[in-house]
Structure formats: C-alpha cells, structure tokens
Design a protein around this ligand. Structure first.
Ligand code: NAP
Length: 307
C-alpha cells in the first residue's frame, strides 16, 4: 500500500492551491484528481473575477497554470477517484480509489460540489440529448436553436449569456419575479437582444422523442400550465457537496457540507477540508484558493507538531 505524507482529494482551485503550498513545504503531496482535473472551473468559459488577470482568463487556462505551478514544486497527480475512506482509526488514514489503496498521515479534502438536478420527469432521460448543466461544454450543439435556462442566480445568467453565442434565443425560466444574480450580470442579460425572461415559472416536465422537444411550464402564481417547443434545457439551480464517500467519517451539516472550523480542521484531527465541499456561501475561485492555502498551512503545522 503506497504510504503518503499528505493526500489531497480533489483538484479544483482549493485542491491545486493546497498542492502548491504542501509541495513548497516539501511534503511531496499526492493529488487524487477526481472526475475532472480542475473541478467546476475547468468547464467555466470565462473567469473575470480572479485577481491577477485584468483581461479575464478561461477556466481551462487557469486550471492548467495552477496544476503546473504545483507540479513545479513537486506535487504529483493520480487520475483516479476516491470511493471510500477510513478515518476512524486516526492517522495514518486509509483512502481507497478505484485502482489503489493509500495510506496518508494527513488528508486535505477538496472534493467540491456538483450541479443540483430539478428532479422532474424527462430530466434524467434527456441528459446529453438536450438537457445540460454546462453551457461551456454543450453550447456548441445548440447553434441556431432555442434554449431555456432554469435559475435566477449568477450561474444561470452567466451561462445564459454564454449560450447567446450559439443559440438563436435564450429564455431564462425563473421561479420568482426577481433575480438572485448580481447587478452587473442582470444588466448585461436584460440588455441582450437574444435573452428573454419567463417569471414566476417552473418546468414540470421535459418531453421529447429521442431529443428534447418540449417543456411543460407552470406559472406558480396563476397556476397556468403551458407546453412550449424548445431544443435545449440548461439547468443552473445551485450545487450539492460531493461528500457521499465521507458519510460517517466526518461531521457534516444537514446538506452534506463538511463542517470545518476557522483553521479548516474537520472533526477528525489530521483531516482538513477546503473549497466547496465545506463552503456553501462564497463558491468563488478566489475564496477556494484562500481556503486551500489555509488548509495546507494547517496540515503542515499539524504534521510538524506531531514530529
Ligand atoms: P444560486 O445563487 O444558489 O442560485 C440558484 C438559482 O436557482 C436561484 O435563483 C434559485 O431560485 C433557483 N433554484 C433553486 N432551486 C430551484 C428549483 N428546484 N427550481 C427552480 N429554480 C430553483 O446558485 P448559482 O447561480 O449556481 O451561484 C452559486 C454561487 O456562485 C453564488 O454565490 C454566486 O454568486 C456564485 N457565482 C458567481 C459567479 C460570478 O461571480 N461571475 C458566477 C457563477 C456563480 P431563488 O432565487 O428563488 O432561490
């Protein structure tokens, strides 16, 4: 069984920053990458609010730079996902992936979050055939087509605006008559000729024949139900933490977010957490980077205090 000093579970901005800091502390960290190197930001088209890039950057570019920077100091990456952990006996901890079982003296959990689903008929059936959770990934397939975007937050408007590059129209279907998104995105979206808004409305069903063809909408105020033709449904209604593999191992809140203190410590000494697995509020690259840095510094301190 490979024995490691520090294992980092996940490779988003929090994980890659933790990798950089623990690598520079000569801890030779091993990053278990997970499904997608870079996590959610890797499939984000534009990143305009990460300091140091006055013209903005792209998610993939930012991820590659972070990956390289940590690697330059000795971080190692395995392209595998964790299936279970055993933290119950204390350090060294056991971490099982699809292809290996590792031992680690300290662990930094940065497994991130995933997009929430609506849970309506047709949603699962048409994933990849008109239903999507990622404009950057799938926008290209909707050239000249009409799409609906579900949600009223920053993600819905940002992704909706991105989709206007391809789609002939982008209709934001929002369950209230007020957007949650910030003012800059609201202004841009409202001013865009291809963007429209359907207020106080939810989608009850997605219908089609092999691919998405219609949505059944319901006005939550009037109760009016309509069936409308549509080519694509993009869903941006928030996220849930990727913490299934941690149940029973770490203290979590009722939504499954790992509970950390101000030093990024979890309920198990020697296990730290950073990024969206423990943060339901900020979800920014900048905050995840800061949390990843803090978790790495605490892991380093915890290891040196033990020696
Ligand atoms: P969010 O802010 O939680 O917004 C989710 C939206 O989906 C809300 O408008 C919500 O409606 C709606 N919604 C939730 N459940 C629903 C359901 N079952 N059916 C229909 N609608 C539903 O999530 P987000 O947009 O992904 O943003 C998450 C965080 O990331 C935020 O802090 C945001 O500021 C940040 N973010 C920032 C940027 C940026 O700075 N450029 C970009 C993306 C995300 P209600 O409004 O009625 O609750």
């Amino acid at each position: 069984m490979p024995k490691e000093k520090v294992i980092i579970i996940g490779s988003g901005p929090a994980g890659l920053t933790a990798a950089l800091y623990t690598a520079r502390a000569m801890l030779n960290p091993l990053v278990i990458v997970g499904n997608q190197l870079g996590g959610q930001v890797a499939i984000t088209h534009e990143v305009e609010n990460y300091p140091g890039f006055p013209e903005g950057t792209t998610g993939p570019e930012l991820v590659e730079l972070m990956r390289q920077q940590a690697e330059n100091f000795g971080a190692r990456y395995v392209y595998d996902s964790v299936v279970s952990v055993d933290f119950s006996q204390g350090s060294p901890f056991t971490i099982k992936t699809y292809s290996e079982e590792y031992e680690a003296e300290a662990v930094i959990v940065t497994a991130g979050a995933s997009p929430k689903k609506l849970g309506i008929p047709g949603e699962e059936e048409f994933i990849g055939r008109g239903v999507s959770y990622c404009g950057t990934c799938d926008g290209f397939f909707f050239r000249g087509k009409e799409v609906a975007v579900v949600g009223g937050g920053d993600s819905a408007l940002e992704e909706g605006l991105f989709l206007t590059k391809f789609a002939s129209s982008v209709n934001v279907v929002h369950r209230r008559d007020e957007l949650r998104a910030g003012p800059i995105l609201q202004k841009r979206a409202m001013a865009h000729e291809k963007m429209g808004f359907t207020w106080d409305t939810v989608i009850d069903e997605i219908r089609g024949n092999g691919v998405v063809q219609n949505i059944v909408t319901r006005n939550v105020k009037t109760g009016e139900v309509q069936e409308k033709p549509i080519d694509g449904v993009f869903i941006f209604i928030g996220h849930y933490p990727n913490s299934d593999f941690l149940h029973g191992q770490l203290a979590m809140d009722e939504e499954g977010y790992v509970i950390t203190d101000e030093l990024m410590r979890t309920s198990v000494p020697g296990v730290f957490a950073a990024g969206e697995i423990q943060d339901a509020h900020y979800r920014q690259v900048a905050t995840s980077v800061g949390q990843g840095c803090a978790a790495a510094m605490q892991a380093q301190k915890w290891l040196s205090d033990r020696e």
